[in-house]
Every structure is written in structure tokens, then in C-alpha cells.
Design a protein around this ligand. Structure first.
Ligand code: NAP
Length: 479
């Protein structure tokens, strides 16, 4: 008998229309628990509960908000090992990565506990004598939060924490594939002292619960992370209803390797950002752009390093890469290996499904060489352990190729040249740029986001989060 997990609506734990099992992708025989699916009526009730809670919460004291967020962060950090293990069990990243993500979630709540106390406004002189002008920030209202499956606790945390810190109420729909961490987080929030209705969890499919959440007249703003296709549709729906919207979407992130790079460092950061977390990171490098002087050595070193990578059960010791999160994602990853080869690419390593001691979605990380920028493998997001190499003559061509994509989330360069590092930081068309570091792996207290087809709306995280989660008011007073 597996444990049943319900929706949190107006402070009550409520069963939905049915339950679906949450399955461990490392071991399909392992059912983590049964998670309910919210009905349309429950979604409506959650929005009504959030609306009812908003007047009191939006005017509550900042100390009460800070205390609640700090309490949530403290509990997450105290339980990071347990929550990280749950995360790895349901999503498939290694246990070390799972614990790292849980730690990040705890730190985010702690950071925004402090942000409650740091919100400022401005008092400026008027151009008209005898008038005072004040510029302040106010909460937006009810925020609908929709999250993807690849960071099942950190992404909910980096949306929920600022929403609550700045006085908003929340209705959250987590990814249907990984409701476990979202439920655990909701349970912690429910005991934090935050009043009933301020935070609500509705679990279920995007088409059943996500779509009506976006279109509900009681929701003032939508913060979404996920694919470009779904994000674009949500933006259109929000535009029709004049709702504030923030979208974080996919990437096709370049990692440039120049002739003067430290070879060992370049290989390590490429393997890390292309394949760790099973390549299931929006910031993963899937295009390795290598200049011709270092190319032969780089290829050989990558092959050798990849031969040493251990794929296995996410919770097992000594594993570098866990399983792909779902069968449909595994099929997509494998299909891109075929698509790349059909386009003329050469498979240097990996790309096959692995049979291990448990029945899971294991795949050997794949590296394709001899690829060109126009190939689908270099234009479309795969979102798995699949990377390709593009050979270029020198830095100028590398920069052109790096920017030759509809996406613009993150980019990296491996070089010992200050001139090229400085130029690349300025001219790569992305939101986040790394020098001699993997494209994946960012701090929790600074802005996160991209440009072009990767992001839409204002930045997430750090104090920049207030742009989305507050509304600016300008007040004039006759002295
Ligand atoms: P997805 O298919 O777009 O789903 C994201 C969320 O949207 C899920 O909760 C999904 O529900 C929901 N959804 C689906 N259809 C919807 C609809 N019509 N209306 C409202 N909500 C809907 O993305 P995913 O496969 O979960 O995640 C992978 C993608 O996320 C990749 O493209 C990745 O790059 C991106 N990502 C971006 C960032 C970033 O910060 N830039 C970070 C992480 C991931 P279901 O669970 O029921 O499908």
C-alpha cells in the first residue's frame, strides 16, 4: 500500500478526482507514492482561497513573512539529505545532485526571508513646487506558478519564495511527472505559520490544471518554466487577458573551446555541463564549438573521459549519471542520436540504451562529431545526455556559431586569453555567460534567465525577482 498525497487548498488537504503513481526512473518497480489529480472545481477553489487570503497577507507585517520563509528554509536545510534522496528517486539525478538541489531550495527561502526586510522605495522631488513624490512597490495579487520536471524542488522554491516574500498569494501546479518534491515542499509551507489559502498546491496534468490556471480570471500573473512551445502559448493567453507573465524556457547552449584552453579543464567542464544531471538542464551545453588547433586532442580526451563515466541507479554510490526521467524523454534523446547520424554526424561515443540490474531509463551519454550548425541536432533542444561538436577555424567563427541559435540562455568559453574571454562576455547573445566554468551551475542570489527564445519577461532570482512579483506605484502628495 503506497502513501496517498493530496492537494493543499485553503489550508485543507483534499483528494482529487483520482491518484497516479510516482515511479522511480532508476527502478520502474519502485513506486514512490500515489499523488492525486486536482479537478477543475478544485483549481477554482484554490484560486478563490488565494484571493480570499490576499488582502490580509499583502498587508501583513514584513517580520511575519520573513519569519515564515526563514522557518521553511531552515527545515529544508535540516532535511536536505531526505529531500535530496526523494528528488533523486523521483527525477533521476544523482543523490549528490539531489541533495545539492534541496540545499539550493533551502538557501533560496533563507535569501528571500532577508529580502522581505530589504524592500525599499524612493522619495524624489517633484518638478512642481510643494509636491512630494514617493515610488513604492506593492504585491501583484494571486500568482499562478507552473514548473517543469527537471528541478522539482529548486524551481518551485525560486518562484514561491519571492512571490510570498513580496506579499503575493500562490496557486502552484508542479510537473505531473515529479509531484513528490512539490508535495513535500507544500507540506513544509503548510506548517510554517503562513495563513491558510496564501499557498495552494494543485497537482495534475498541464492540459487539465495548467491551462485553466493560466486562463482563470482570479489569477493576476503567471510564472512559468518549461518548454518553448508551452511557454509561447501561455504568453499568448496572458496577453489576451492582460496578465503579467514570466517565462523561462529551453536552451541550446554553446560551450566554446579555444586553442589556448587548458585541455583538462575544458574536457571536465564540457562533460560536466553536457552530461551531468543526465543533460536534463536548461543550461546544459549541447553544442561544443571547438577551434581546429585543439580539436584532435580534445576529441581524444573527451572519448577517454566519457569511457570512465558511470551511469546507474541515481541513489547508488559512485554514479556520475542517473537515468533519463521518463520513457518519452528517453525515446526523444535516442531519436536525436539517429537524427544526427542521418544528417551526417559521426557518433563518437555512447547513444545506446543500457540494460542494468534494475529496469530503468538508462542511456549512455552520446557525443556526435562532424556536425554543422544547420543540422537539427544543433538547432533543436534535445534535453538529454546528447551533445555535438562543431569544428571552427578560430575565435571569430566560434562566436558566430555560438550565437547562431534561436535560443539565448547560457554560453561558456574555455580559454586562457583575457582578450577573447572579455570579448565573449560582451558579445555572446545570452542571459548568462561563463568563462572557464560549465554553462550549468549558477548562484542562487543573482539573476537567472536568458534572451531570444529562452526567456520572456523579467528576470528570476536574486533581488531582480521583485520586478515580476511587485507592481510599482507612484504617489503624489501636496505638502
Ligand atoms: P513542459 O512540457 O513545457 O511543461 C512544463 C510545465 O507546464 C509542466 O508543469 C506541464 O504540465 C505544464 N503544461 C503543459 N501544458 C500546459 C498547458 N497547456 N497550459 C499550462 N501548463 C501546461 O516542459 P517540461 O518537459 O516539464 O520541462 C522541460 C523544459 O523546461 C525544457 O525545455 C527545459 O529547457 C525547460 N526548462 C527551462 C528552465 C529555465 O529556467 N530556462 C529551467 C528548467 C527547465 P505536465 O507536467 O502535465 O506536462
Amino acid at each position: 500500500m503506497t502513501q496517498k498525497h493530496d492537494n493543499l487548498i485553503g489550508g485543507q488537504w483534499l483528494a482529487g478526482s483520482n491518484y497516479t503513481p510516482n515511479i522511480n526512473p532508476s527502478n520502474l518497480a519502485d513506486v514512490i507514492g500515489d499523488y492525486t489529480q486536482a479537478s477543475a472545481e478544485q483549481l477554482d477553489a484554490a484560486v478563490q482561497a488565494a484571493r480570499a487570503a490576499f488582502p490580509a497577507w499583502s498587508t501583513s507585517g514584513i517580520q511575519a513573512r520573513a519569519d515564515a520563509l526563514d522557518k521553511i528554509g531552515t527545515e529544508i536545510l535540516a532535511r536536505r539529505e531526505e529531500l535530496g534522496t526523494l528528488l533523486s528517486r523521483e527525477e533521476g539525478k544523482t543523490k549528490a545532485e539531489g541533495i545539492g538541489e534541496a540545499t539550493r531550495a533551502g538557501n533560496i527561502f533563507k535569501f528571500f526571508a532577508g529580502e522581505c526586510l530589504r524592500l525599499t522605495g524612493e522619495v524624489v522631488p517633484s518638478v512642481r513646487p510643494g509636491i512630494g513624490v514617493e515610488i513604492t512597490r506593492e504585491p501583484v495579487g494571486v500568482i499562478g506558478i507552473i514548473t517543469p520536471w527537471n528541478f522539482p524542488i529548486a524551481i518551485p522554491a525560486w518562484k514561491i519564495a519571492p512571490a510570498l516574500a513580496y506579499g503575493n498569494c500562490v496557486v502552484m501546479k508542479p510537473a505531473d511527472l515529479v509531484p513528490g518534491c512539490a508535495w513535500a515542499l507544500a507540506e513544509i509551507i503548510s506548517r510554517s505559520g503562513i495563513p491558510a489559502g496564501v499557498f495552494n498546491l494543485v497537482m495534475g496534468r498541464g492540459s487539465v490544471i495548467g491551462d485553466p490556471l493560466v486562463n482563470h480570471p482570479g489569477v493576476d500573473a503567471i510564472s512559468f518554466t518549461g518548454s518553448q512551445g508551452v511557454g509561447s502559448r501561455i504568453a499568448q493567453q496572458c496577453a489576451v487577458n492582460l496578465k503579467k507573465v514570466q517565462l523561462e524556457m529551453g536552451g541550446k547552449n554553446p560551450q566554446v573551446i579555444l586553442d589556448d584552453a587548458d585541455l583538462a579543464q575544458a574536457v571536465e567542464l564540457s562533460v560536466q555541463s553536457a552530461f551531468f544531471s543526465t543533460g536534463q538542464r536548461c543550461t546544459a551545453s549541447s553544442r561544443l564549438i571547438v577551434t581546429e588547433g585543439i580539436y584532435p586532442k580534445f576529441i581524444e580526451a573527451m572519448k577517454a573521459r566519457m569511457a570512465g563515466l558511470k551511469v546507474g541507479d541515481a541513489l547508488a554510490a559512485g554514479i556520475d549519471i542517473g537515468p533519463v526521467s521518463s520513457l518519452s524523454q528517453l525515446e526523444q534523446d535516442m531519436s536525436y542520436v539517429d537524427i544526427g547520424q542521418a544528417e551526417g554526424a559521426v557518433l563518437l561515443a555512447g547513444g545506446e540504451r543500457l540494460k542494468l540490474s534494475t529496469d530503468g531509463f538508462f542511456m549512455a551519454p552520446a557525443l556526435l562529431t562532424d556536425t554543422t550548425a544547420d543540422m537539427r541536432i544543433n538547432r533543436e533542444e534535445v534535453f538529454g545526455p546528447v551533445a555535438s561538436i562543431i569544428r571552427v577555424k578560430g575565435y571569430e567563427e566560434a562566436l558566430l556559431e555560438a550565437n547562431n541559435t534561436p535560443f539565448g540562455l547560457a554560453a561558456g568559453i574555455a580559454t586562457t586569453s583575457l582578450k577573447h574571454a572579455t570579448h565573449f562576455k560582451r558579445h555572446s547573445q545570452v542571459g548568462m555567460v561563463m568563462v572557464n566554468l560549465p554553462t550549468a551551475g549558477v548562484d542562487y542570489h543573482v539573476p537567472f534567465g536568458g534572451r531570444k527564445g529562452s526567456s520572456y519577461g523579467s528576470r528570476e532570482q536574486g533581488r531582480y525577482a521583485q520586478e515580476f512579483f511587485t507592481i510599482v506605484k507612484t504617489a503624489y502628495t501636496l505638502a
